[in-house]
Design a protein. Structure first.
Lengths: 304, 304
């Protein structure tokens, strides 16, 4: 790596799984002289300090961001804009703000009007995570080999030199922690994520509810059958993401509603045609659909 | 364990993941004097012999089942009846036939007319498995702590003493290898499995195809976007079952079409109502649905 980034004072707002893991990597690589953890929950901040994720902690945004050259906003996506609004009056000229939210278009619309001259915003989304949350879930190397998608607020090839420099800095930051950085339009990002992440979560939640409901009154004499108790490993893996935070995922559904609804509808068409094939015992087409999916899925994990 | 079963000659037709794993457990527990592996593919039989899963092998059903006191049919569910038909002329009086198929009602309808007097059939389904197949995938202890569902061909409490004894024997066999045995009606079995296993597979295949299709022509200038390349661990776990055998799952869809279509429709209703909540930005209801699913899912894995 020829380019390496270095920050004097990083303000990390939201020390959870993503923010905490990024801070751990930055510290172990020596990318920051100090990282200040900012959050609302004292217990989580204490834990972050105890785990060595951050160098100091505060519940006061103004205190934490004052003098920062980089502000990383790693709070739930619905709260990013209001956190930036609170931070803005205390930011120095030349400061770069970045985030890790999984929805980009609406976020940019919300944040752009808040930014003062001299402060750059580079939206980023590391496509990584587990269903766990909080500082205690932070992991070294979480982003290694993962895609981080950066969606510039203006054009993908900015002409403004400060914006261009900020984009370069955030790109180098994510490359330094091992991410494969992809720069794309926010709308494209939101559509891709609605497919590979948001839709599967919606489906997983709906599936668990379907199976739980199917057991109601299904047993002998109208007793309930605990359908879920008959599930095997496949079902458990398949529904692991239904254990994710309902608040976070409801926020994402709100922020990316249009793309998610569109993707649900594409899935509904696919499922409906598969249902017709099954109902008609059209094994040729059922097998054809299953084969198509299997070859795509197998190609996906071949490199793992 | 006060009751232990013991067999002189076990004929295992189909030495794959399930049949092979059961044979491994039976051998390590000393439940059988000899286990003969019967199959169509020489290479798989050779592998089974080499791995010590069976004591001898043959491609000739008549030779393999002759003199057996237990015949375990562990072939794909659509082929169980035809395999039993081939075996029947060579079975001795008192022989018990059992299977491991994941659909029961139609299977029983197909098998019952084939059975001669003096031969019992005890349908069983160990709810366990991985997406791998073949003798090489067989594992010791695969059924430990898993449910094995037994669906008697007659009533759940048989009056016929031979049938009752056969049911008891197969129950003890599965208990011996660590399974939790549940006896239920075949129709109930098929409905439960359509929910916890068949529906998730259909959904996983449909989801992978949806995401792959969504990338068609979605890139710059109408180029394809490889959507799947942006997926993270959640998507990979979620779609693992889409790597299962298309042939096997098409067979299951055929055998259990009615229950599966019914369960797809229950899921479609659930997804449709969730889609409306998202489209209307009705966060209260979205969160309520997600919370309901999460608490069910969390309860499911609490014991793991």
């Amino acid at each position: 790596m020829s380019n390496t980034v270095h920050f004097k004072h990083v303000a990390l707002i939201g020390v959870g799984l993503i923010g905490g893991s990024l801070a751990l990597d930055m510290k172990s690589l020596g990318l920051a002289e100090k990282i200040v953890g900012i959050g609302r929950t004292r217990a989580n901040l204490d834990k972050a300090l105890e785990l060595g994720i951050v160098d100091s902690i505060t519940q006061d945004i103004s205190e934490g961001v004052c003098g920062a050259d980089l502000v990383i906003v790693a709070v739930p996506v619905l709260k990013v804009a209001s956190v930036i609004k609170d931070a803005v009056p205390f930011l120095s000229d030349g400061c770069i703000i970045t985030d890790v939210g999984s929805v980009k278009e609406r976020l940019i619309e919300e944040v752009l009007p808040l930014l003062p001259r001299g402060v750059s915003f580079v939206p980023a989304h590391p496509v990584a995570g587990t269903e766990n949350s909080g500082a205690g879930a932070a992991l070294v190397g979480l982003f290694k080999g993962r895609n981080t998608i950066i969606t510039p607020t203006g054009s993908i090839d900015p002409v403004d030199s400060a914006e261009s420099e900020a984009l370069q800095t955030v790109t180098e930051l994510w490359r330094s922690v091992g991410s494969n950085v992809v720069v794309m339009d926010s709308k494209e990002h939101d559509r891709i994520l609605s497919a590979v992440s948001h839709l599967p979560h919606v489906i997983a939640y709906a599936l668990v509810n379907t199976v739980a409901s199917a057991g109601k009154g299904a047993g002998e004499g109208g007793a309930d059958t605990d359908m879920l108790s008959y599930s095997a490993g496949g079902f458990r893996d398949f529904t692991r993401i239904a254990s994710s935070s309902p608040e976070m995922w409801a926020d994402i559904c709100d922020m990316n509603a249009v793309a998610i609804v569109e993707m649900i509808e594409a899935f509904q068409k696919e499922l409906d045609s598969l249902k017709s094939f099954v109902a008609n015992r059209d094994l040729t087409h059922v097998k054809e659909q299953f084969n198509r999916a299997k070859s795509q899925r197998d190609a996906l994990v071949k490199g793992d």
